[in-house]
Design a protein around this ligand. Structure first.
Ligand code: NAI
Ligand code: A1CAB
Length: 288
């Protein structure tokens, strides 16, 4: 993994317990280490650590499950980062109550779980922050939104910001009601883009390309288009116009893609379904 952008170093974060170090928790852990958080300040609790996490812990000195999968510590921590599945948190939270203290910040990245849920799950914590990053955090390019509990001291907001910006950009939201909508867009969004690549690949085969060539071209096209958008900062509609020669091939293709606003309606329904699911995952949530 490489982190090629220069974010504010996530130092000064104090001690951190990472609860759950799968795809997202693991990505954040790597970001913190890359940004200079000392490994000695970080503990990880995960009953089923992936081999690369075990290797990372051994190589860096991050403490991983020293007590047989039980919470790493019972001493209070400065920050508890909750990165387990929302369906798992009720049982996971029970094991870490002893690390909570009035100075502890709980920083959750779980879909759907609200500030009120976090306050119920971690009653002895000083403050709670709810965030929603996305998977490009694994390469330092995550897009994260966050909302803090009312009264959260500036120092703890800054601590949360420091940990979140170690893996990409951050927008604070004033209204918690917007977090489920952002989850539907940017949290889940990378999956929509990957599915676009899958569909483009199949469509390329349909017009005659060998499958391997089609896949390479689809991947390179999405990577290149994203990089161009990032490098220029131009509006997407302007960039689209730049590809679309009057009477040319792109206009012919877009006449299908944009017909009757089909794609727009489909994406509206897609985000509505994802936001609705986020809402369902809140509270005590469904079991599956
Ligand atoms: N995958 C994604 O793109 C994103 C995920 N999220 C959120 O991040 C959280 C984690 O998702 P992923 O990393 O995708 O899941 P994952 O399944 O890759 O990781 C979850 C980890 O939690 C561990 N775990 C299970 N029970 C535990 C317990 N009792 N104590 C400690 N660890 C435990 C598992 O062993 C696993 O390593 C979820 O709440 C999800 O909503 C947020 C943004 C994006
Ligand atoms: O699918 C999910 O529930 C999680 C949250 C956002 C991305 N992955």
């Amino acid at each position: 993994m490489t982190f090629d952008i220069d974010h504010k170093a996530a130092d000064g974060a104090g001690t951190i317990l990472l609860l759950g170090a799968g795809r997202m928790g693991g990505a954040m852990l790597r970001g913190w280490l890359a940004q200079g958080v000392p490994a000695s300040a970080i503990s990880v609790a995960d009953p089923s650590p992936a081999p690369d996490l075990v290797e990372l812990a051994a190589r860096t000195g991050v403490r991983l499950n020293p007590a047989d999968g039980a919470p790493v510590d019972t001493a209070p921590v400065d920050t508890l980062v909750v990165a387990v599945k929302p369906q798992m948190v009720e049982s996971a939270a029970a094991g870490v109550q002893a690390v909570l203290a009035p100075h502890t910040l709980v920083l959750s990245i779980m879909a759907g779980k609200t500030l009120a849920d976090l306050r119920r799950l971690f009653p002895a914590a000083g403050s709670v922050v709810r965030a929603m990053p996305n998977l490009p955090a694994a390469v330092g390019r995550g897009a994260t939104v966050a909302v803090a509990e009312a009264g959260c001291p500036a120092e703890r907001r800054e601590r949360a910001a420091s940990l979140l910006t170690a893996v990409g950009s951050l927008e604070w939201l004033a209204d918690e009601a917007l977090v489920d909508a952002a989850t539907a867009l940017s949290g889940s969004g990378p999956a929509y883009v990957f599915y676009l690549v899958e569909c483009l690949t199949r469509a390329g085969v349909e017009v005659g390309l060998p499958a391997d060539v089609s896949e390479r071209l689809a991947r390179a096209t999405v990577e290149g288009a994203g990089a161009l958008m990032g490098a220029t900062g131009q509006p997407a509609a302007e960039l689209r116009a730049g590809v679309t020669s009057p009477g040319g091939t792109t206009a012919a293709g877009l006449s299908k893609l944009m017909a009757d606003d089909h794609l727009q309606s489909l994406l509206n329904a897609t985000l509505r379904a994802a936001a609705q699911r986020a809402a369902e995952l809140g509270g005590t949530g469904p079991k599956a």
